[in-house]
Ligand binder design. Structure first.
Ligand code: SAM
Length: 177
């Protein structure tokens, strides 16, 4: 399954830390790519550095208009999943989502344009209480992949963590620069 993420909404530029965390969660929880509007270019540098150290090829793409990418993906065999506390309960739709081939997950920032509710194939609530795009995204990605995302390896990593009961065990690949 291909999973990509797009962050929409106004004033994203004032919200660099949250945006970075949305991107980090996307990468660590098995998405391949994130699209962002109006963001600080440093976020892409941060993610590139993370890829270099911890592996994989997660991509950050800056876009001008969220609507064009949503429409393009929709026309290209992706189902659009919009995370919103007003949506259907995730418990009722997670099985259906697992059978989809390609997903574009849309998360909001401060203010979400009304149109996204109509463009989405699924409006999904991770509970019906307001919380955060970071937590909503993490839970959605985990429900869809049932934890399997944590069994995947990130190729070409300079550092690899060997999970351990106590302390830190990190394998360092000296051949990577
Ligand atoms: N006030 C905004 C609105 O009216 O849409 C919501 C802002 S909220 C801080 C930012 C984003 O977090 C939302 O757009 C949504 O993607 C996500 N989010 C927050 N709570 C959620 C929930 N219970 N279920 C799913 N997504 C949620």
């Amino acid at each position: 399954m291909v999973i990509e993420v797009v962050r929409i909404g106004q004033r994203v530029v004032r919200d660099d830390r949250v945006t970075t965390h949305v991107a980090l969660v996307s990468r660590a929880f098995g998405a391949q790519k994130i699209f962002m509007t109006e963001v600080n270019p440093e976020i892409k540098d941060t993610l590139d550095k993370i890829n270099k150290t911890w592996g994989g090829n997660f991509r950050v793409e800056f876009i001008d208009k969220w609507k064009s990418i949503v429409k393009k993906k929709k026309a290209g065999n992706f189902k659009i999943v919009h995370l919103s506390m007003y949506g259907e309960n995730i418990n009722d739709v997670e099985d259906k989502l697992r059978n989809e081939e390609n997903l574009l997950v849309v998360v909001g920032a401060e203010k979400v344009p009304r149109e996204i509710y109509e463009l989405a194939d699924y409006n999904i609530g991770v509970g019906s209480q307001p919380h955060s795009e970071i937590s909503a995204l993490a839970i959605l990605l985990d429900r869809i992949q049932k934890g399997k995302q944590f069994e995947k390896s990130f190729p070409d990593a300079k550092r690899k963590i060997i999970p351990t009961k106590m302390g830190k065990n990190v394998q360092v690949n000296e051949t990577r620069d």
